[in-house]
Design a protein around this ligand. Sequence first.
Ligand SMILES: NC(=O)C1=CN([C@@H]2O[C@H](COP(=O)(O)OP(=O)(O)OC[C@H]3O[C@@H](n4cnc5c(N)ncnc54)[C@H](OP(=O)(O)O)[C@@H]3O)[C@@H](O)[C@H]2O)C=CC1
Ligand SMILES: O=C(O)C1=N[C@H](C(=O)O)C[C@H](O)C1
Length: 244
Amino acid sequence: MIRLAVVGAKGRMGRAVLEQALRAGDWEIAGEIDQGDPPKPALARSDVAIDFSAHAFSTLIAEASAEEGKPLVVGTTGHFPEEASRVRRAGERIPIVWAPNFSTGVNLLFYLVRKATAVLGGEFDSEIVEAHHRGKRDAPSGTARRLAEIIAEVRGLSLEQVARHGRSGEPGPRKPEEIGIHAIRAGQIVGLHTVLFGGPGEVLELTHRAETRDTFALGALRAARWVVGKPPGVYSMEDVLGLT
Ligand SMILES: NC(=O)C1=CN([C@@H]2O[C@H](COP(=O)(O)OP(=O)(O)OC[C@H]3O[C@@H](n4cnc5c(N)ncnc54)[C@H](OP(=O)(O)O)[C@@H]3O)[C@@H](O)[C@H]2O)C=CC1
Ligand SMILES: O=C(O)C1=N[C@H](C(=O)O)C[C@H](O)C1
């Protein structure tokens, strides 16, 4: 049995992880950490923790895991740059899988978008559209941010300079280097990401649709199994899936 701590256990994702862990049968739930719980006792009892909480708390969890010497899987999104640096620093002491999206399809989408951007080149405009449930706190989604980073990396651009979050008023003609990012919030949408490449006389759209949270929960459990025993470092879900 692998002893697991779930951070944000009462949340949408925390509940999905607990359900899938119980179903798998080889996990012992050693701790559930939510508002008001001190994290360290539960981390100390566990072989690995999975965090789906909120950016500030997730940063504290990464630091507490490093102090306890325990591996960690971070699924939380929306970290501010200073928080992200602290998570990376924790990864110098323990192994961390940190991914904005644990579904296999989205990690394949990352690969396909890298390839499409390289093949299509600067003649094609890139726009990202994401849609999520009304309860989501951060925007754009961590997955949309990662998709934008990938396009910027391949095109040798600084994302800060070329990201265009929505358009209104009179933005004028689109600049070729812009990467448009658009967030929709409605109802119970689990997760939808489309990358649209618009070129001369044609449009290519790559879409991933998460149908239930099980895809994220199963991916996070797969990452947790993988990360136990790894050397310190910050790993991606693409590393876990062997896509790198
Ligand atoms: N990487 C991936 O594949 C995925 C990532 N996510 C990300 O996971 C995160 C959680 O999503 P979701 O489960 O939908 O969100 P929820 O709001 O449903 O759950 C978050 C949980 O964390 C708890 N929490 C928040 N702040 C704290 C805190 N300071 N201390 C202790 N507990 C806290 C919440 O408690 P309370 O309600 O009392 O505030 C809640 O139980 C988000 O960042 C989301 O973007 C989501 C899906 C997939
Ligand atoms: O908050 C969510 O629900 C999700 N968040 C992740 C993100 O921000 O990319 C992943 C998934 O799309 C669901």
